[in-house]
Design a protein around this ligand. Structure first.
Ligand code: C2O
Length: 535
């Protein structure tokens, strides 16, 4: 296995997108940032040097970081941020992991522009469990604001109103050929008739889940969140912030141009330019003048399309890639996840949004939780009494509870090493219909069930899929429903669990697990690196 060395200089660069020029925070002046190509079991060392005025840290989204939370990246969870003028080396090994993942800033809303792909190829000589595509392409979905993104974030915290919706969605940072700001950077996949291509789709969007489809072409889904699935064909997929999806596309049409489109699943307002982002498939032999075959974006709130895609996903579960879903449960947890309103004396409208899990609005500490845990200095930093069930009994089918109040706290849930965990994630929808892409650091989990309504009144554990449930690191809790996930807590450390809609994280929809050390020689958190930042 090889060792890869990279240097990430975090610098401000002036970029023009959506007919608008502004300074943004970037890695090495690139937007999106550099794609890292590595292989399973390789070691990666990335020296991050902070040249900007913000604190920064980088998260390797989906990398399990076995015993090595020090390289995970979420600020104040596993590390203190890298301060201006400082640097830190992320040193990690991709043990047993292959597929499409990505990296992004994990502080404030800097990930809007500080992100890039992490492509982990199988070990040398090991084929994909599907026909080798003729070519592969990384396609990153994102959002662009003409205004300063941190100002949008501040407003979302203080105004009592939802944040400004991005001015446009993007593919590889460009709005695309349908935009009035179409430019040379638009995503164009040049194809040859008869060949099959693989798109490594990543959603780096902040606050929107996106439908994705291609005019005239089926998508064959082969991998999600860097785990193989049983291949299936579908027209429209849903990509939530944090998720990655590999699809095969066969160029089986006569020469021509075909529209690629990504449009928001749900959003309260639809500004004209924000409807969709686009790209093109361009067959060799098509004429410069040939008409683009169009396809309409799916209507917003089309929950059926989301459900169809979500329920089609099954682990490959082959001899080489077995599905290791825990069949027993040591910790059975029920988490309500949602957004509510709270009185606020100094907010513009007298109220503000808060978000919570089990009525706890997570409060960020001012020092890193993993350090506090490792050095046994948790007093005054966090407690490990996070409730395993909602503090206020939730009944989705009744009138919405008038008590949407939450209490603040830096509370963690403690898991014994190697224990098995089931979490039912119940969407609450106090304020509006919404889905929450919940992301767990340090693990993949299996989605063993999903349904609509109130889990507690409708549950039927016998219907859980314990044979070939999909394995992911980010899962969409259905609108007005629930999803059940399982994992084995075999990675000691402190692991963040949060909604990957940035505004919901900002409002407090987050918590963390603390996983104890085991007794075996390889079952404890590794010692911290010497250059670990301090707060
Ligand atoms: Cu991709 Cu904690 O995030």
């Amino acid at each position: 296995c090889s060792v890869h060395n990279y240097k990430f200089d975090v610098v401000v660069a002036n970029v023009t997108r959506n007919c608008w020029t502004k300074p943004i925070v970037t890695v090495n002046g690139q937007f999106p940032g550099p794609t890292l190509y590595v292989r399973e079991d390789d070691t990666v060392l990335v020296q991050v040097v902070n040249h900007v005025k913000y604190n920064i840290s980088i998260h390797w989204h989906g990398v399990k970081q076995l015993r090595n939370g020090w390289a995970d990246g979420p600020s104040y969870i596993t590390q203190c941020p890298i301060q201006p003028g400082q640097s830190y080396v992320y040193n990690f090994t991709l043990t047993g992991q292959r597929g499409t993942l990505w990296w992004h800033a994990h502080i404030l809303w800097l990930r809007a522009t500080v992100h890039g792909a992490l492509v982990i190829l199988p070990k040398l000589g090991v084929p994909y469990p599907y026909p080798t595509p003729y070519k592969e392409e990384v396609l990153i979905l994102g959002e662009w604001w003409n205004s300063d993104v941190e100002a949008v974030a501040d407003e979302a915290l203080s105004s009592g109103a939802p944040p400004n919706i991005s001015d446009t969605h993007t593919i590889n940072s460009y709005p695309g050929p349908l935009s009035r700001c179409s430019s040379a950077g638009d995503f164009i996949l040049n194809v040859e008739t008869g060949k099959t291509y693989m798109l490594r789709i990543i959603s780096a969007a902040l606050n929107d889940q996106l439908f994705f489809k291609i005019a005239g072409h089926q998508l064959t889904v082969v991998e999600v969140d860097a785990t193989y699935v049983k291949p299936f064909n579908i027209e429209t997929i849903l990509v939530s912030p944090g998720q990655t999806i590999n699809v095969l596309v066969t160029a089986n049409k006569p020469p021509g141009k075909f529209l690629i489109i990504a449009s928001p699943f749900m959003d309260s307002v639809v500004p004209v330019d924000d409807v969709a982002t686009s790209g093109l498939i361009n067959y060799s032999g098509s004429l410069a003048t040939s008409q683009i075959s169009l396809t309409a974006p799916p209507p917003q709130n089309k929950t059926e399309l989301f459900t169809k895609f979500a329920t089609s996903l099954k682990s490959l579960n082959s001899q080489t890639y077995p599905c290791l879903v825990p069949s027993t449960v040591d910790h059975s947890l029920l988490f309500t996840v949602g957004v509510g309103l709270d009185a606020c004396a100094n907010c513009d409208n007298g109220v503000r949004f808060v978000a919570d899990i089990n009525n706890i609005t997570f409060e960020m500490p001012t020092t890193a939780l993993l350090q506090a845990h490792y050095f046994n200095k948790t007093q005054g930093v966090f407690s490990d009494d996070f409730p395993g069930n909602p503090l206020i009994v939730f009944n989705y089918t009744g009138t919405p509870p008038n008590n949407t109040e939450t209490m603040k706290g830096t509370r963690l849930y403690r898991l014994a090493y190697n224990s098995t965990v089931q979490i039912v994630l119940q969407g609450t929808q106090y304020v509006a219909p919404e889905t929450h892409p919940m992301h767990l650091h340090g693990f993949n989990f299996f989605e063993v069930g999903r349904g609509f309504g109130d889990y507690e009144s409708k549950q039927d554990p016998l219907k859980f899929n314990l044979v070939d449930p999909v394995e992911r690191n980010t899962i969409g809790v259905p609108t007005g429903g629930w999803t059940a996930i399982r994992f084995r807590a075999d990675n000691p450390g402190v692991w963040f669990f949060h909604c990957h809609l940035e505004v919901h994280t900002t409002w407090g929809l987050k918590m963390a697990f603390v996983v104890g050390n085991g007794n075996g020689p390889n079952e404890s958190v590794l010692p911290p690196p010497s250059d670990l930042p301090t707060c």
